[in-house]
Design a protein around this ligand. Structure first.
Ligand code: ZN
Length: 301
């Protein structure tokens, strides 16, 4: 780092020089300088002028902060520095996955704001969390009409408090006892707020295809985008089917215009291609990928 000459007004606070910019649009990388002023990117390109500080990034990549869509940092307020994310370049996290979230979304954000967490945070509302609270200790059954109404109202409140969608964890109690129509009913509430549905599916091994069909059904019947959480083929008996799984998701994406997946990148799972958006059909042709409905992060800190 070289400091600019003292005493003279600087044009920028920081200039990153000689790096390769990967800007997140999907376009190829390009060489450019990036200038920062008042906490914002001021120039991308050839940067002239003085800067309070400069970094030489020869051989390195300059990229926007990464978004980690699958975390379980529901106690983020207890680790506000979130150094494990920041050091990996992750500047935005989505938590509340696999059916489990902070019980009170409003409080969750209030705690983060009070402790001043360093990363941007969005949360899903956990279906299991809501189901557990409303149905008490008895889960191996369908909810009564009254319980379902209360669950819907809790999901509605969580969405109003800033959740971006609902997650399920259908291998974990109490979510594992929920039948599909219950999930569809709750997902409709989420859809009314333009939220999304993320599922740790009912099965990730031998029965993965019926489990995928359940995700597709929720997306279709509730009318909202769905995401297959940490997709993988779990257990040797199911290995070797990655192509068929991808094909099923791609077909559903084209048919329902509503499916995403996020992959597990470790040995237990089989990494799959990340589908960032959904194909958009124009004039009978798949015209490209873009999110069906841009996520409104109504409350992101
Ligand atoms: Zn999970």
């Amino acid at each position: 780092m070289t400091l600019g000459s003292g005493g003279t007004a600087a044009d920028f606070d920081l200039v990153l020089r000689h790096g390769r910019v990967v800007d997140g649009t999907g376009n190829p990388a390009f060489f450019a300088d990036v200038a920062v002023k008042d906490g914002r990117i001021a120039v991308v390109g050839r940067v002239e002028g003085r800067s309070k500080a400069e970094l030489d990034l020869r051989g390195l990549v300059i990229a926007p902060g990464f978004i980690d869509v699958h975390t379980h940092v529901d106690e983020l307020a207890e680790q506000p520095l979130a150094e494990n994310f920041i050091r990996m370049g992750v500047t935005t996290v989505v938590t509340g996955n696999c059916g489990e979230s902070a019980p009170d979304v409003d409080r969750f954000f209030a705690d983060i704001e009070r402790t001043g967490a360093t990363i941007n945070t969005a949360t899903l509302v956990g279906h299991g969390t809501v189901r557990g609270r409303v149905m008490g200790g008895s889960f191996d059954r369908e909810p009564t009409a009254d319980e379902l109404a209360r669950m819907k109202s809790e999901v509605d409140q969580a969405m109003r408090d800033g959740a971006i969608g609902m997650s399920t964890g259908l291998i974990y109690p109490p979510g594992s006892f929920a039948r599909t129509p219950e999930i569809v009913e709750l997902a409709r509430v989420v859809a009314a707020h333009d939220g999304l549905y993320a599922s740790h599916m009912r099965n990730e091994g031998r029965e993965i295809f019926p489990a995928l069909d359940e995700v597709f059904r929720v997306a279709r019947e509730a009318g909202l985008p769905a995401e297959v959480s940490h997709i993988k083929l779990s257990g040797p008996a199911s290995w070797g089917q990655a192509d068929a799984v991808i094909e099923a998701i791609e077909q559903a994406t084209i048919r329902d215009a509503a499916t995403y997946n996020d992959p597990h990148h470790y040995r237990e799972g089989i990494p799959l291609v990340l589908v960032n958006g959904v194909p958009v059909v124009e004039d009978g042709q798949v015209a490209g990928a873009r999110p069906r409905r841009p996520l409104r992060h109504r409350r992101v800190r």
